[in-house]
Design a binder for this molecule. Structure first.
Ligand SMILES: C[S@@+](CC[C@H](N)C(=O)[O-])C[C@H]1O[C@@H](n2cnc3c(N)ncnc32)[C@H](O)[C@@H]1O
Length: 270
């Protein structure tokens, strides 16, 4: 992906991913536990924000976590070491050229990665090949079209749309959550279940106001300001008003909603 990747490589973005992972752990991962002795491939582990949760929840499973960015892999390895994890191995690898043999993993886990690749269907098909028959794949993605809030704001929606357009220009898809089911079926998984996981935030949940609305979603939109303006997708004043209005939803009378999609596919065929 290199230069075309919209977010993920900078310190602030890494902190954002860690805030996101910390805030959403229960919502996204409470039902992800792997059996003792199983071998799990995590693709696009980034700086290890989900890896630590996954490996802690399944201490007797073994994880191989890969990412196309060698720098992120190094950071992830440091996080896992600091967390005292001994059941994870890391390596740099591209989802489109994974250095593993066919049917070598019991389970595959992919979180917030397909939205950034230009061929999500091909990526899923290659992961299907790496799974043993009877294995599962878990895919978690967001969908920025699912963001709605109070007070509502046309400028905020325009700023969000500029991020969606930018990600599309980079070959990704910020609306991929709603497509998980057909993508997973087309990739060849035999049984697929997709569950929406809604984040609902009002001021009675200050941890989510800070961790999700402010530091995850609004920070992500704010982070594309210069690129979106440079690409001519939005005027600076409009973008700034939109970000202001997103922060406005974090006040005592504000509300913010967003839906993630978690798909689990089973491979029954050989
Ligand atoms: C938004 S981050 C998510 C990281 C992590 N899964 C998490 O949830 O915190 C997306 C990650 O996908 C990785 N990525 C993008 N394209 C990739 C590819 N072709 N192969 C492997 N990883 C890729 C990026 O380097 C980045 O670390």
């Amino acid at each position: 992906m290199g230069e075309t990747y919209v977010h993920g490589y900078h310190r602030r973005e890494n902190e954002r991913l860690e805030d996101q992972a910390g805030t959403l752990v229960e919502l996204l991962h409470s039902d992800t536990v792997y059996p003792d002795g199983s071998l799990v491939l995590e693709v696009g582990c980034g700086v290890g924000a989900q890896t630590v949760t996954l490996a802690r929840r399944s201490p007797n499973a073994r994880f191989v976590s890969v990412d196309v960015s060698a720098d992120s892999v190094a950071e992830a390895r440091r996080s896992a070491t600091e967390a005292g994890l001994t059941n994870v191995g890391f390596q740099a690898a591209d989802v489109f050229a994974l250095p593993f043999t066919t049917a070598s993993f019991d389970h595959v886990f992919v979180c917030f990665v397909l939205e950034h690749v230009s061929g999500p269907a091909e990526a899923l098909a290659s992961l299907d090949r790496l799974l043993k028959p009877g294995g599962t794949i878990t895919v978690i993605e967001g969908d920025h079209g699912s963001a709605y809030f109070h007070p509502d704001s046309a400028a905020a929606h325009a700023a969000i749309r500029s991020q969606i357009a930018l990600q599309l220009e980079a070959g990704g898809n910020a609306l991929i959550g709603r497509q998980l089911y057909p993508l997973m079926i087309d990739a060849g998984f035999d049984v697929v279940r997709v569950n929406p996981r809604m984040v609902y935030v009002d001021s009675s949940r200050p941890d989510l106001v800070d961790g999700f609305t402010r530091k995850t979603f609004t920070a992500m939109i704010e982070g594309v300001r210069d690129s979106a303006i440079a690409a001519g997708l939005i005027e600076p004043e409009r973008f700034d008003a939109g970000v202001h209005d997103l922060f406005r939803t974090t006040e005592s009378d504000g509300v913010f909603c967003y839906t993630f999609f978690k798909g689990v596919g089973e491979k029954m065929h050989t």
